[in-house]
Write a protein that binds this ligand. Sequence first.
Ligand SMILES: [Zn+2]
Length: 299
Amino acid sequence: MRKKRWPWVVLTLLLSLLIGKHVLLDSAAEPSGKYVIDVDALHRVATAQGGLPEQIEVEKIADFAFPQTFAVAGGGFHMHPMILLAHRVLWPNRSLIIDTAMAPEASKEMPGSHADAAAYGRLQAALLHANTIIVTHEHEDHVGGLAKAPNFSALADKILLTQEQLSSPKLKREDFAPGTLESLKPLSYNGLYLVAPGVVLQKAPGHSPGSQLIYVELANGTRYLFIGDIAWTAENIQTKIGRPGLAKLLMKEDRGAVAAQLQALSELPKDVHVVIAHDPVTYARDVKAGLFHQGFSGL
Ligand SMILES: [Zn+2]
């Protein structure tokens, strides 16, 4: 008697799909080591020379949305709202920009996107006024505003992209006009690096090779840690569950390194305000609490 084979084929297929879903979407990564965020050391370096900044402004450049399971492994398929932000650190006589979002023409490619062209215009004006421009990492939704800056040569001297960011395979070189990237002087540093009074960098490779933490301490003692995309939502830090295996597949993310960083972030003192680049919930909460002034002023 001939055995029917199709039930086994269907079962194997179903099993493969279930295993694939588990590996790519549902399972959290284990930390690949220990990542240390020494807040006392950051504070010491930030304040060593005095002259701390007085406030931070924020612009929301666009809204978009991803399925929740892309942001938190195992999170399900409902759409998870996300935002693009740019921040401006202000001293009485200088300013520094953290992250430059991306142009409305580029952000409209993102699912569910809505761009604020006026906010993007203010960001471009603020870039021209700024003394220093730094980014949390080299992905296009953080350097896109630089890549498409109408007057790149006027910005080149104040753009501090790190060696790792400039040499990263994740930097979309084709977004930049020919010769512009080559005109930049790479920033090389080890350990903690004071980039401006009150502003300290620490490397945090994982989400991308050029990812870094940006610690900012204001004259009034308020402390911030800009973490870029280590987390996409506060839930990543609270649960210590990062993005799913798909993130490794699509973004070449080092998920073990990110898991170690999420662990360190979850243990920070409560008065260090963690700034998540794409989280609309913490953004609204922080603006309401007066941690950021909404909108770039005086341009
Ligand atoms: Zn991002």
